[in-house]
Ligand binder design. Structure first.
Ligand SMILES: *Cc1c(COP(=O)(O)O)cnc(C)c1O
Length: 345
């Protein structure tokens, strides 16, 4: 990569092995179900999360949209965290395109909704109210440092959902980061949800795409919805090939990204002028703040990182910045980042 790009893991380029696989992938028309590479990816993805079926989608946003709308219809309501990606960063799609109302609850430091609040948010059967149909959860939790939430939380969410005949959808954009950080199989988490989306295009380093997984019935509905939003692709095996490599080769190594993120966080904590909660850094996302008395403004800080070392960071909304590690960020890049921040401050 031409710059040292900590803005997100979405910036990660395909690996050499992915490019090779993309060049030689057997392909066909996926709308006819005839692309062998897409079919392989979908089989593999479903197996990784212990579900019956999967559908390859253009993005995590599309996976969540299809996931939610496969369970809930116009007039239904989804209960979810108010700082979840679905509520905050998907252009209101489930409401705009699906007519599904969002019941947005507060989350704690780690991204968990209070279980008693979830329970009371479920609507009574009364014509005044929308129909509580779905609970949507997230793991790792993006706005909370990518914190990896443990399976027992989802077991509790599922108990509430089952009690009220509701379904559970998981936005698992960084599901494998969460599983690797907890040293558990992803299926220990996803066994508690009816559907799950995960991104191939983030830490797993594929250039494009996400997968929505669930029961055969849910995925059949999702395929129709994917067509509806124009997301069905033809010789998509060209892209899916990178996803196959991602699932075979790129999951275990996420631990390296977590180590690098942790090293970055520990280093930043030693620099006067930086505020950071190191203990929250368990996966590949580091949030840090310029202290109120820092020598430079946020704009100047980001500009100097770029000028001095071609290092790009996310955020700069107010005093808060985000640095995300991924396949193309090495320990030497982390050291250069720390060295440059020391120079600036
Ligand atoms: C990135 C992300 C998504 C959406 O992925 P896109 O592919 O960018 O649409 C959804 N949820 C979370 C938590 C994410 O971090």
């Amino acid at each position: 990569m031409d710059k040292i790009d900590f803005r997100s893991d979405t910036v990660s380029w395909p690996t050499p092995r992915m490019k090779e696989a993309m060049a030689i992938a057997p392909i066909g028309d996926d709308v006819y179900g005839e692309d062998p590479t897409v079919n392989e990816l979908e089989r593999l993805a479903a197996a990784k999360v212990g579900k019956e079926a999967a559908v390859f989608v253009t993005s995590g946003t599309q996976g969540n949209l299809l996931g939610v709308l496969s369970h809930a219809q116009r007039g239904d309501e989804v209960i979810l965290g108010r700082d979840s990606h679905i509520a905050l960063a998907e252009a209101g799609g489930v409401s705009v395109l699906g007519g599904v109302a969002m019941r947005q609850l507060a989350t704690d430091k780690y991204g968990k909704m209070d279980l008693a609040e979830v329970e009371t948010a479920v609507r009574a059967n009364d014509p005044h109210y929308p129909i509580s149909r779905l609970i949507a959860v997230e793991n790792s939790y993006g706005t909370k440092y990518g914190y990896p939430i443990s399976p027992d939380y989802y077991a509790n969410i599922r108990t509430i959902a089952q009690h009220h005949n509701m379904s559970v959808h998981m936005d698992g954009a960084r599901l494998f980061n969460s599983a690797v950080a907890q040293n558990i199989d992803a299926r220990e988490i996803t066994q508690h949800v009816d559907s799950v989306t995960f991104c191939l295009s983030k830490g797993l380093s594929a250039p494009i795409g996400s997968v929505l997984c669930g029961s055969a019935e849910v995925i059949q509905r999702a395929r129709r919805l994917r067509k509806l939003v124009g997301g069905s692709m033809r010789q998509a095996g060209v892209v899916a090939a990178a996803g196959v490599v991602a699932l075979h080769e790129m999951i275990e190594r996420l631990a390296d990204d977590h180590d690098n993120a942790h090293a970055l966080a520990e280093g930043l904590a030693t620099i006067p002028g930086i505020d950071i909660d190191v203990d929250m850094v368990r996966t590949n996302i580091v949030f840090f703040d310029l202290a109120a008395d820092a020598k430079v403004s946020s704009e100047e800080f980001a500009a100097q990182l770029r000028e001095k070392a071609n290092i790009w960071v996310g955020g700069g909304y107010g005093k808060r910045f985000r640095a995300v590690t991924h396949y193309w960020i090495t320990r030497a890049d982390v050291d250069l980042f720390l060295h440059t921040v020391r120079q600036i401050l």
